[in-house]
Design a protein around this ligand. Structure first.
Ligand SMILES: Cc1cc2nc3c(=O)[nH]c(=O)nc-3n(C[C@H](O)[C@H](O)[C@H](O)COP(=O)(O)O)c2cc1C
Length: 324
């Protein structure tokens, strides 16, 4: 299947694995890229630019296909060495960067001069248009369904994607709630040139995370997620657990007086305990509503092949039947 996204990134299938903290290691990215999609290493999971350089080089030993690196620009306690991370990406020969969070304008010249394509993740049409105006090559339009940070507008993909299609000139992928061939065909119908998936790729054989996390995703239905940190305007969609219950109780108790420090214990530095050690109540972790559509743990190759076969089948058979 050829789309503007497969052409832009030099990949076989229009399927991207979004950056995921403590999930997007070399093994994850290589497995997705080897399956014909675009695998993405999560930059800030690596503690230093040197560690990222090492992770890119490990990944390149596992795949000769294109890979990407995610750079997330969010307020953190100490500002990461972004120029250093970008240099590691350039030196590592990576040709795609997925940016997320704050406006990436200041980093674009450095990335573009190195021949790197930039896809910026946006949760609204206005941010997508901003990304286009500053020179981003593509957008990942992340609907309200998504795992992680859906923004504060709460617009689901059935509205957000056609709105983006009506306004954008650069290509975009649909992100949030994507799981299978049906999602891909729907995304294409709504104007996207591919899909970006997070939660679905966590439940794969190669995802280098604890088995407890994969089983939690399998067990979850679409009713098991909730939003936290809305009063801080840093809304995150997470799987309900004991830590999330504590955060919600604090939010209820303190109302608009809540500060980040009040909940820090349950949201800061918790990812290694969950993703690597499988302590499922150690903190709040991002999980999408799409968990309700995830029932197995295939290899990335099996998953990508299944999505493409199903999508092609839907287009050729089911949709063709309806065409006049
Ligand atoms: C565990 C987890 C960690 C994530 N970490 C990041 C991150 O560090 N940076 C980022 O831009 N997006 C992050 N995301 C968001 C994904 O890249 C992607 O946009 C999102 O998962 C799409 O929604 P879906 O899960 O419904 O497919 C994370 C998602 C998950 C599930």
């Amino acid at each position: 299947m050829k789309t503007k996204i497969t052409e832009m990134f030099g990949i076989e299938h229009p399927i991207i694995q979004g950056g995921m903290h403590f999930v997007g290691y070399a093994e994850m990215a290589a497995a997705v890229s080897n399956a014909g999609g675009l695998g993405i290493i999560t930059g800030l999971t690596q503690r230093s630019p040197a560690d990222l350089a090492n992770e890119i080089s490990r990944c390149k030993k596992m795949t000769s296909k294109p890979i990407g690196v995610n750079l997330t620009f969010l307020p953190t306690v100490t500002t990461p060495d972004y120029p250093g991370y970008i240099q590691a990406i350039i030196d590592g020969g990576v040709k795609v960067v997925e940016t997320a969070g704050n406006n990436p304008a200041q980093w674009l010249p450095m990335l573009h001069d190195a021949g790197i394509k930039v896809i910026h993740k946006c949760t609204s049409v206005r941010h997508s248009l901003k990304a286009q105006s500053i020179g981003c090559d593509a957008v990942s339009v992340d609907g309200f369904e998504c795992a992680g940070h859906p923004g504060e507008d709460d617009i689901p993909n059935f509205i957000l994607l056609p709105r983006a299609a009506d306004e954008l000139k650069i290509p975009f992928v649909a992100s949030g709630g994507m799981a299978d061939g049906r999602s891909l065909v729907a995304a294409l119908a709504l104007g996207a040139d591919g899909v970006n998936m997070g939660t679905r790729f966590m439940a794969t054989k190669e995802a280098p995370i604890h088995e407890n996390v994969k089983q939690a995703i399998l067990k979850a239905t679409e009713l098991d997620m909730t939003l936290v940190m809305r009063p801080l305007r840093n809304t995150e969609r997470v799987l309900k657990n004991a830590a999330v219950e504590r955060v919600m109780a604090k939010e209820k108790e303190l109302g608009s007086k809540i500060t980040f420090a009040d909940i820090a214990e349950d949201v800061v530095g918790v990812y290694p305990k969950i993703m690597l050690e499988g302590q499922m109540d150690a903190g709040a972790w991002s999980c999408g509503l799409v968990a309700g559509l995830i029932h197995d743990i295939p290899t990335c190759q099996e998953l990508v092949d299944r999505i493409m076969n199903e999508a092609n089948g839907i287009i050729r058979e089911r949709l063709a039947r309806f065409a006049g």
